[in-house]
Design a protein around this ligand. Structure first.
Ligand code: LMR
Length: 398
């Protein structure tokens, strides 16, 4: 029965992680998967998370099922974080949120919902985009197209080309936007550009789907939500897939959410029954622990303040690593201008290294970065900076 099955290609990000783990090179460096590391190279459990878990341990009374959409305290906390307290959308109950297993789970539920209820829709993703986007949407049979985004020559956003591509997208199609900290380029639209994109979305009539996985890793929790909130002023319907893997460091707890916004509360309630149907026929209902941690923190002013300061520390450390990276490359004699790396935001930097150079880094130096040249700057430390920059300098100067 199974003998005809061919091996699937390794996942471009998680497959690389597996290759890293089995590499025997004692000096290996993992800058592939987007996971935050502290100066010691560890991925810490945040203090706010530990404190919330201690409370949960004494307060939790049951392991009975959550409902299909997850716990009420979590669902409402997610909306406040996305939209800001007292937003119109919340007061008028125009949004419904389901707890999903991570941001990927949210995207997959969104994909199934789109395929079932907007079967003719094509979904458009930026070029480039997160290596898993296309596969998630194609796995439910959706057509996937791409719109212009990155200007490889100038290492910047090609906003004119982006507007030109999006102007071709017809009413009823779906366009995926990265809410902030674009993965893989680290380059986001400015507030003025978000405004233009929101106006265009309203004019064209395509449905925006926001993938919002890095809130708080760019400028701040509120600043990073500006693009999303600008869209809310111009378009009545939207889907948002958000993740708490990175900003709470809850990678293996799989905590995310899918939010649907409709023109009226009744429509939101009705459409949400179909979102729940997609969930019920997939994983039935979500796992509780991670969402209980997030709800405990977001709903408690003291824990919230602690979390926000820990998030700020992570953000500042990444910014510092960007500058150090640019400076160390210069010190190592790299003449190419890498200063664009300090302008990018979030966990990733699109280095401009070619696939051959990426392979050489892995084979000759045990340094793992994604094939597209994406470096997880959140994994840089003072310790691994020297060997990384020396290796890049040797490759570029030979
Ligand atoms: C990444 O892009 O490295 C992260 O979002 C992890 C993943 O699942 O790919």
């Amino acid at each position: 029965m199974f003998e005809h099955i061919q091996a699937a290609p390794a996942d471009p990000i998680l497959g690389l992680n597996d290759a890293y783990k089995s590499d025997l090179n004692p000096n290996k460096i993992n800058l592939g998967v987007g996971v935050y590391k502290d100066e010691q190279g560890n991925t810490p459990i945040l203090k706010a998370v530990k404190q919330a878990e201690e409370r949960l341990l004494t307060q939790e009374k049951t392991k009975s099922y959550l409902s299909i959409e997850g716990a009420p305290a979590y669902r409402s906390a997610v909306q406040k974080l996305l939209f800001g307290n007292d937003h119109n959308i919340i007061n008028k109950q125009l949004a419904q949120t389901a707890h999903t297993p991570g941001g990927t789970g949210a995207l997959r539920v969104a994909a199934e919902f789109i395929k079932k209820h907007l079967p003719e829709a094509t979904i458009w993703v930026s070029n480039p985009t997160w290596a898993n986007h296309q596969s998630v949407f194609q796995s439910v049979g959706l057509e996937v197209g791409s719109y212009a985004y990155y200007d490889a020559k100038n290492k910047s956003l090609d906003f004119e080309a982006m507007l030109a591509s999006l102007s071709q997208i017809p009413e009823g199609d779906v366009v995926l936007f990265h809410g902030c900290c674009h993965n893989p380029t680290g380059i986001d639209p400015t507030p003025e550009q978000w405004y233009q994109l929101a106006k265009l979305s309203s004019k064209q009539g395509f449905l925006p789907l926001f993938d919002f996985a890095y809130q708080g890793f760019g400028q701040s929790l509120n600043d990073d939500a500006k693009g999303l909130r600008t869209f809310l002023e111009h378009v009545p319907e939207m889907l948002i897939a958000n993740s708490f893997s990175k900003n709470f460091g809850l990678y293996n707890e799989r905590v995310g959410a899918l939010t649907i916004i409709c023109e009226t509360a009744e429509q939101a309630e009705t459409a949400f029954t179909q979102v729940k149907r997609c969930i019920r026929t997939n994983y039935s209902n979500p796992p509780s622990h991670g969402s209980a941690i997030v709800a405990e923190i977001l709903n408690d002013p003291e824990l919230y303040a602690l979390w926000e300061s820990e998030l700020k520390d992570m953000r500042i450390r990444i910014h510092e690593m960007r500058s150090l990276f640019v400076n160390t490359l210069r010190v190592k004699g790299v003449s190419q201008d890498f200063s664009f790396i300090s302008q990018q935001q979030g966990m990733f930097s699109f280095s401009g290294l070619t696939p051959d150079q990426v392979t050489q880094l892995r084979k000759d130096y045990g340094i793992y970065i994604v094939g597209s040249g994406r470096i997880s700057v959140a994994g840089l430390t003072h310790d691994n900076m020297e060997p990384l920059c020396s290796a890049i300098a040797e490759i570029l100067n030979n």
